[in-house]
Design a protein around this ligand. Structure first.
Ligand SMILES: Cc1ncc(COP(=O)(O)O)c(C=O)c1O
Length: 279
């Protein structure tokens, strides 16, 4: 979400006294996209891009000690210390966090996982986690992102695929910023991402996430029938390009069967839904 949209959202929440609960577990993994591969210009002391909770805590009028604020963030060590850590934290105003700490489950049991939380605490105190994020994760993910984005531009854009390059520049930012684990693409008009994802798995042993799984069930206001989320963080650098090539093969195949299925008047005469039990 662009910076001006983040600021506008916090202002809107303040007007309606609403609480924005942000599942922003990837926001510690950010890098500039229009600089060299080095991430040495970044630092955990200052986010390249402020989170909603940062904006809420710093935007005038800054919430005072007696104010809950209008945004909270949940973080997960699973994304920055190691997959499966399954321990996280909540961030908000002082008053909000105190309220959260007084919930029955926290008061009686403490942290959901004391053992892992103790390990995370040691990693933070020693600075080892901060160093790991800056020296290992961010440079590695930036490289993987660049490899996958190059492959997308070469293999998929010519097919009519659109890619969200995550241009977040705005309001005083020097660099465009990207971050996290994923790249979002949109297939050419009329190409169903669920069909592409299912064929990719069956025929190419390739796992991609179709847009429908990111929809709010029952809310037809926002749907992503042609969207696909690609993950660049998990695979080794050498496999990322191959994955995009395989995806390109499937998209081409689905596009050519879609054009074969078009009747003379241009309407689709057989689609996945029309095939009933044979789909
Ligand atoms: C957006 C988001 N929030 C939360 C989580 C869960 O994190 P944890 O492992 O701490 O439960 C994930 C993990 O996949 C995630 O992608």
């Amino acid at each position: 979400m662009a910076l001006n949209h983040r600021i506008a959202l916090v202002k809107l929440a303040r007007i309606y006294d609403a609480l924005i609960i942000t599942d922003d577990v990837y926001d510690f993994l950010q890098w500039p996209t229009n600089s060299s591969t080095e991430t040495s210009t970044t630092s955990l002391d200052k986010a390249l891009f402020p989170r909603l909770v940062d904006i809420d805590r710093t935007l005038e009028p800054v919430p005072g000690d007696d104010n809950f604020g209008n945004a909270m963030s949940n973080g997960s060590f699973s994304k920055i210390a190691g997959p499966g850590t399954r321990t996280g934290w909540a961030e908000a105003t002082r008053k909000f966090v105190y309220g959260l700490s007084q919930c029955g489950s926290s008061r009686s049991g403490g942290a959901p996982s004391q053992l892992v939380a103790t390990m995370m605490c040691e990693l933070l105190k020693s600075g080892a986690l901060q160093t790991h994020i800056e020296r290992v994760l961010k440079p590695a993910y930036k490289r993987r992102y660049e490899i996958m984005m190059e492959a997308i531009k070469r293999e998929l854009i010519p097919l009519g695929v659109w890619v969200d390059e995550g241009k977040l520049k705005g309001a005083g930012m020097e660099n465009d910023v990207f971050g996290g684990y994923f790249i979002w693409i949109e297939l050419p008009e009329g190409i169903d991402s669920e069909e592409v994802a299912s064929r990719a798995k069956d025929q190419e042993n390739l796992i991609v996430a179709p847009g429908a799984i990111f929809e709010v069930q029952g809310d037809k206001g926002v749907t992503f029938p042609g969207g696909i989320r690609l993950c660049f963080s998990w695979e080794e650098e050498g496999d990322l390009e191959e994955g995009v090539v395989r995806l390109g093969r499937i998209i081409r195949e689905v596009m050519s069967s879609a054009s074969r299925n078009k009747g003379k008047d241009g309407n689709v005469i057989a689609s996945k839904q029309d095939l009933g039990e044979f789909q």
